[in-house]
Design a protein around this ligand. Structure first.
Ligand code: ARG
Length: 273
């Protein structure tokens, strides 16, 4: 099938945007640099509730070939999964994961079960400007070998800035940790977080780039994505608006979660099947 070969529609549109967009200041700052020592040993629960892939069929888990979950992703068409660029890199070797090393698990609320569908990946597209999470462009698209039966989630409209208006509530989904130092969750969870103004994201993270990122969370913390949620969806108004990227700790006051600002990367989102 044409859309499953090499240059998928989503990948093509994202690639086009990458070529059009200039790389802005690549700060080499560590996002952890702003954390006060007093905040560093303050685990907080992610603060979410149980969710299910019946309610969120487009929420997928990425696993290695042994079935170990390492990231989340979002089905944006029958054959394409949006995730984070850093999820496409093996943290042990720093090398890009090859398509054969990634499995996409859909329709499986509880990762200990055998429910749902396991799909293989045919092609991994990583944003060409991606270097590391602190400099943005943390975006990748997996083209699947076979279409998935689960309902995909539409992406935010190209250039939609309203979707990121400060105060907008967005919901983040994942199988990541439920506390900063705790274990990952076997079951899908989700939590509502308000989108923050770029100024406050910037004061939390010196490397924050409003072109390619947005941040969300409460000033007092308590609700956030955490390790293992990376690559997964953040949803507002029934659309995928971002991808879980990074944060200092999880749910700490003053360090909101940072997400890839998807609207900057999807000029042809309307054309997706
Ligand atoms: N980078 C993390 C991962 O690989 C996700 C971090 C999100 N953290 C946060 N506090 N929002 O899973």
């Amino acid at each position: 099938m044409g859309r499953h070969t090499g240059g998928s529609k989503a990948a093509r549109s994202l690639r086009r945007m990458a070529v059009a967009g200039a790389v802005t200041a690549l700060a080499s700052t560590n996002p952890l640099a702003n954390a006060e020592p007093s905040e560093q040993a303050q685990p907080r629960v992610l603060g979410g509730t149980s969710s299910s892939t019946d309610a969120a069929p487009w929420a997928v888990a990425l696993t290695d070939t042994y079935g170990n979950h390492f990231c989340g992703g979002t089905l944006v068409s029958a054959g394409e999964v949006v995730t984070a660029a850093h999820c496409a890199v093996d943290p042990l070797t720093g090398a890009q994961r090859s398509a054969e090393d990634i499995q996409v698990v859909a329709g499986r609320t509880d990762l200990r079960s055998t429910q749902g569908t396991v799909g293989s990946v045919q092609d991994v597209w990583v944003h060409p400007e991606y270097r590391d999470i602190t400099s943005g462009d943390d975006l990748a698209v997996l083209s699947l070998s076979e279409p998935m039966p689960q309902r995909p989630l539409p992406m935010v409209e190209p250039g939609d800035t309203e979707a990121y208006a400060p105060g907008t509530t967005a919901r983040v989904y994942g199988w990541g940790r439920t506390s900063e130092n705790g274990p990952s969750s076997d079951t899908l969870r989700s939590v509502d977080v308000p989108i923050n103004a770029d100024d406050s994201c910037k004061s939390a993270y010196a490397n924050y780039d409003e072109r390619s990122m947005f941040c969300a969370g409460y000033p007092e913390g308590g609700k956030d994505a955490c390790a293992g949620d990376s690559g997964g969806p953040i949803v507002a108004d029934g659309k995928l608006i971002g991808v879980v990227s990074y944060g200092t700790g999880c749910g700490r006051p003053g360090t909101p979660g940072v997400y890839t600002r998807l609207a900057n990367y999807v000029p042809l989102a309307n054309d997706l099947p």
